[in-house]
Design a protein around this ligand. Structure first.
Ligand code: SF4
Length: 442
């Protein structure tokens, strides 16, 4: 939760010495509160003040970082509802490999979590975790090794501390998450020596809070909460209570990311996917599914993408040239803005037309065509600059540029800006692109 200027001001010496670069201590406090400068710029804040302020300004839910090459943050959220500000760290999604499934299925599931990935609006959407469940059948370490070689983040689920020691030796570079229902002194030693995050389980938020406090007292701060309920309704209720306790009541022992494993609630993998959908929306920080299939993973990744975007900032596509179909030197060039929805609709309709084309996307900070034009961010000059900057003309024999029908006003000016191009006014609605392309002479 953000600190108020007066919360900060009370820890300042109020001498107005200006060493921080601000005329008064109050002015400095105001700038710290809005994040424009750092508390450390004042050399006179006492150690106690620094400790107090950093504790107060820390997010109510701790951020836990895992991974090696691709670092993933779990938790770190500050609000109950996305529209209040934004959610920051997308729910991690992964596969749960149980030691007692057959070898082919293990292989298939590990391959699926690695291979199913989808490019959307310039982002690569994929699952990031493999959870490995030890059932003391002797295959656990072998699966850990295989999973570690994929580069995915790992969750080691075992009550056998000796197996966990061996597993950590194999994969400690990815900072695996340890989930054991038997947190012995020996396991605590292993966790502390390797600085690993640990999962604690409990049926109620009171039990969870108590267990977290015990671990905190032993010097362990990187904790993930696993509400150990067998009924979906109980689990849902507990997760809401934990989140509300952390955000609204600032109960520190509840302020940790939450792990959800739907496979422990149902044997139906489709139901698992539905539960995963619920907990992506409501406060799951990491979800492990027993089956990864394209038809399950893709909608969950899209849901996650939508929930974990900043509602105050439109989704954007990267500026540049996009090829739709296999365009050649005689293909037309469409131009539009980088509002993701615009990109999706226009590229989809060009694809529907079956006429290979280039699509030039201009960065308008996520504004749609008319809004960008009204804000003077999408006009003859900006489009001409983009055409020159991308050197798209060098790919073409016939330089034909199709502009959105909504910005007919810029037609004449654009002809002047790009004298060696044939400018064509496209349809006002993207849905008309296929019929437009059939009838227009390029
Ligand atoms: S350096 Fe510290 S004491 Fe001096 S004016 Fe700035 S905030 Fe006040």
């Amino acid at each position: 939760m953000a600190l108020k200027p007066l919360d900060i001001f009370k820890y300042l010496p109020k001498t107005n010495c200006k060493e921080c670069g601000f005329p008064t201590c109050l002015a400095f406090a105001m700038q710290v509160a809005i994040g424009k400068t750092e508390l450390s710029k004042c050399p006179y804040v006492s150690e106690d003040g620094k400790k107090q302020l950093s504790a107060e300004s820390a997010p109510p839910i701790k951020t836990i970082s895992v991974g090696n090459k691709e670092k993933i943050n779990l938790g770190g959220e500050t609000v109950l509802y996305r529209h209040e500000k934004t959610f920051y760290n997308p729910t991690g999604i992964g596969v749960l490999i149980r030691e007692d499934i057959d070898e082919n299925e293990i292989e298939e599931q590990i391959n699926n979590i690695c291979n199913f990935q989808y490019e959307r609006i310039g982002l690569m959407l994929k699952g990031e975790f493999i959870g490995i469940e030890d059932k003391n059948l002797g295959k656990f370490l072998n699966i850990v090794e295989k999973s570690f070689n994929t580069g995915k983040n790992l969750v080691l689920i075992s009550d056998n501390v000796e197996n966990l020691k061996e597993a950590v030796r194999i994969c400690k570079d990815v900072r695996p998450i340890i989930f054991s229902r038997n947190i012995s002194e020996e396991l605590i030693k292993l966790i502390k020596e390797n600085n690993l995050p640990v999962v604690i389980n409990g049926n109620t938020f009171e039990e969870i809070s108590k267990k977290v406090e015990e671990l905190n007292n032993k010097g362990i701060e990187d904790i993930i909460i696993y509400p150990d309920n067998k009924e979906i309704s109980e689990l849902f209720k507990n997760i809401i209570l934990i989140r509300r306790g952390a955000i609204l009541k600032r109960i520190r022992t509840l302020g940790y990311p939450i792990l959800v494993i739907p496979a422990y609630l149902t044997t139906d993998y489709l139901k698992e996917a539905i539960y995963a959908g619920i907990f992506i929306a409501k406060y799951g920080s990491l979800i492990l599914l027993s089956k990864i299939k394209g038809e399950i993973l893709f909608p969950l990744l899209i849901e996650r993408l939508n929930i974990f975007t900043d509602p105050q900032r439109p989704m954007t596509t990267s500026e540049g040239i996009y090829e739709i179909g296999k365009p050649n030197e005689n293909s037309p060039v469409f131009v539009t803005t980088n509002f993701s929805l615009t990109y999706f609709i226009v590229s989809g309709e060009i694809e529907n037309s079956k006429i290979p084309s280039y699509l030039l996307i201009q960065d308008t900070e996520g504004l749609s065509v008319l809004t960008a034009w009204a804000a003077d961010k999408f006009n003859a000059e900006t489009i001409a600059n983009l055409v020159k900057k991308t050197k798209i003309g060098e790919k073409l024999n016939k330089k034909v540029l199709i502009i959105p029908g909504l910005v007919a006003q810029i037609y004449g000016e654009l002809e002047e800006e790009l004298p060696d191009w044939k400018i064509i006014l496209g349809p006002r609605e993207a849905a008309n692109i296929p019929s437009f392309l059939k009838n227009v002479e390029i």
